[in-house]
Design a protein around this ligand. Structure first.
Ligand code: KKD
Ligand code: ZN
Length: 309
């Protein structure tokens, strides 16, 4: 077995902001970098900032017709949909032709997609593939550089839960999710954290292109297991809300018997699973419509081989 994986140089990197128009750290950073490209320039590669959903940004909403970050599947991208095409599908096709096409060797090498969450997740890297050594090494580098500030890695590779993200058209997609930040609001601390993560990611790629060898590494990630919805009544309205002892406790253990939800009358629903899980996206505003109160994750350790050019 090879002891190091050899990759070709990173030539083209895109930084996406405004995939959700009301997640303002990424919107402001990308708009800034469109004017001040020198701040993200690195000698060995092209770095292109891009606003992915300009109409949603203009209106400061998550999306116009449908969630852009769910429509990068082959069917939506292929263009055989009849009738009036939703704005985000049109936009997805445009983005796919500029930065993809998805699954081809012509796609961008890396796409960093910037998001904010209303959940108390801190800096989070979203990884789509547990066997992509390049991206695992990048996550490790970012995590190490961010210390002592924490930087969790969320692995969304799960047949039932995975979705077709905007960044998935790149060879190495990575989501950068930072919170808590309310929708339509920008906080300097959250924006600064996001900017630091982007700069560390770019530094990693520059070092890699210069021939730096990264030793084998292990990476602790939180792997998504399941989405949990709020208790709801027959009409689909909320029957209970996140319990105060779960609120803001993203990445903290949820043990059997721990409270999850509380009704308006004070009735508590507890976690009845057998194993400790690690909730994330707890009380994310955008997920009420997606029937998700939080996601359960488990801790898993990934391994990556040594990496060099
Ligand atoms: C709050 C939010 O928008 N989160 C992103 C996560 C991701 O990019 O994978 C989403 O649901 O698309
Ligand atoms: Zn988002």
């Amino acid at each position: 077995m090879a002891t190091s994986s050899s990759h070709s140089a990173v030539r083209r990197v895109a930084i996406f902001g405004g995939t959700h128009g009301n997640e303002l750290s990424g919107v402001l950073l990308v708009k800034h970098w469109l004017k001040h490209g020198e701040e993200i320039a690195r000698r060995s590669m092209e770095v292109r900032p891009f606003i992915t959903n300009p109409k949603a940004v203009e209106k400061c909403v998550r999306y116009i017709d449908t969630d852009l970050n769910r429509v990068f599947d082959n069917q939506s991208l292929s263009g055989d949909q009849k009738g009036k095409v939703p704005y985000e599908i049109e936009q997805a096709r445009k983005i796919n032709s500029l930065f993809g096409p998805k699954g081809s060797k012509n796609g961008y090498d890396v796409i960093l997609d910037l998001h904010n969450t209303t959940a108390h997740m801190g800096a989070t890297l979203i990884l789509e593939n547990s066997r992509d050594d390049f991206t695992i090494q990048m996550c490790k580098y970012i995590q190490t550089s961010m210390a002592p500030e924490s930087c969790a890695v969320l692995l969304i590779e799960h047949p039932g839960v995975k979705y077709a993200t905007t960044r998935s058209i790149a060879k190495h997609p990575i989501g950068i999710e930072v919170g808590p930040q309310p929708q339509g609001v920008v906080r300097a601390d959250i924006l600064r954290t996001m900017k630091n993560v982007v700069n560390y990611a770019l530094d990693f790629m520059q070092y890699f292109n210069e021939g730096t060898e990264f030793p084998p590494c292990s990476l602790e990630v939180y792997r998504v297991l399941e989405k949990i919805d709020y208790p709801r009544n027959e009409s689909g309205d909320l029957g209970a809300i996140i319990h105060p002892s779960l609120q803001d406790q993203d990445w903290k253990p949820l043990n059997p018997g721990d409270p999850m939800f509380i009704t308006m009358d004070g009735e508590v629903t507890c976690y009845e699973g057998e194993n400790t899980v690690y909730p994330t996206f707890v009380n994310e505003a955008a997920y009420y419509e997606k029937n998700q109160a939080f996601a359960k994750t488990e801790k898993v350790t990934l391994m990556a081989q040594a990496l060099r050019l």
